[in-house]
Write a protein that binds this ligand. Structure first.
Ligand SMILES: [Fe+2]
Length: 340
């Protein structure tokens, strides 16, 4: 689809709009069938060399996965590499990277990682090229690297990455932690720099809705921005941390926005923020309202089976719409790694 119109938005190769008032962009590349076949074949073979799986061999798997991607998709590799610095490219969606056998969706949230090792190899490789490595926090996701984003029947009615029928509102993952390099008085490690998703199954065509922080800032009054950049907020723990019994973890006297070099960084989840002054409270309310009416600035990315999505956590907000999953074994499944 080509909707080029200089008076409206720029449109990239596959039709994702890049708003003219934003320097940041989302890159989308369709991988050729022949490259997909080669990656799938090599990933399947090489994954057998890592019998202990992603939790124990993540660095070696990232190395091996990166080598395969570099060999067969140089253009995709170049796009991912742009994420290694804070700059114009904020999100990369590679479509049709691999076609791999997939077990039934683990709606409980856990699976024997060896069954999905080839996917993990490619996903870890994408993060490595983007400049980070897969990480785990000992207070979140049971201390594991891999999180299966699935529709867990027990998640009905919950706004969680294991939920489905309730919208998971705009947020940035683990926003209750310092930015990387931020001199904040906290013992917590930095919030993940990048998020990476492998599409395992998405017959329901559930979009991952994203919003560039730059696009949000473009409609934000300067007075609001200046308050959000002051250390006037407590930002608490997300669901995946609270589920591990660590709901008390939070950062105090923290800003929501931080200018770092030439880019604004942001950390936010309206459900996790408490403001310490009247002005901070008002700015927080403005932000919540802006996010609830920002749909025209947002865009929907459908991460299909075989796709990879990697983005900068500090420069992109994301959310999931409510949906009704198919039968459990065929229901939506994304594999998520944090990169830092
Ligand atoms: Fe999230």
């Amino acid at each position: 689809m080509n909707r080029r119109n200089p008076k409206q938005n720029q449109v990239d190769r596959l039709g994702y709009a890049t708003h003219a008032n934003s320097a940041a962009s989302i890159e989308v590349l369709e991988i050729s069938k022949s490259a997909c076949e080669a990656i799938s074949r090599h990933a399947t073979q090489v994954a057998r060399e890592f019998p202990d799986g992603i939790e124990k061999q993540s660095r070696a798997m990232a190395n091996a996965g990166a080598s395969i991607l570099e060999q067969f998709i140089p253009e995709g590799t170049a796009a991912l590499r742009k994420l290694s610095q804070f700059g114009k490219t904020v999100c990369v969606h590679l479509k049709g990277v691999a076609e791999l056998p997939v077990p039934a969706t683990p709606t409980s949230g856990s699976i024997d990682d060896r069954k999905i090792a080839a996917h993990d190899l490619v996903l870890a490789g994408a993060l490595r090229i983007a400049g980070t490595d897969p990480i785990a926090f000992d207070f979140e996701n049971s201390g594991l690297i891999a999180r299966n984003v699935v529709a867990n029947p027990a998640g009905r009615g919950k706004a969680s990455s294991h939920g489905f029928d309730v919208m998971l509102f705009w947020h940035q993952d683990n926003c209750g932690q310092p930015f990387k390099g931020e001199p904040l008085d906290s013992n917590l490690p930095p919030m993940p720099v990048q998020l990476a998703f492998a599409g395992i199954r998405n017959h329901e065509q559930v979009p991952t809705r994203v919003l560039l922080v730059d696009d949000l800032l473009a409609i934000m009054p300067t007075a609001i921005r200046d308050i959000l950049a002051q250390p006037l907020f407590r930002i608490g723990a997300p669901d995946s941390v609270a589920a591990d019994g660590n709901g008390n973890l939070a950062i105090q006297n923290a800003p929501i926005l931080r200018m770092d070099g030439s880019a604004w960084k942001m950390r936010y989840d309206p459900n996790l923020v408490t403001a310490s002054t009247d002005a901070a409270c008002a700015a927080n309310e403005w932000l919540k309202l802006a996010l609830s009416i920002c749909k025209e600035k947002a865009r929907d990315i459908i991460v299909n089976a075989g796709d990879l999505l990697v983005f900068q956590n500090y420069q992109l907000m994301h959310m999931r719409v409510a949906f009704e999953p198919l039968a459990p074994e065929q229901s939506r499944w994304l594999r998520r790694f944090y990169g830092s």
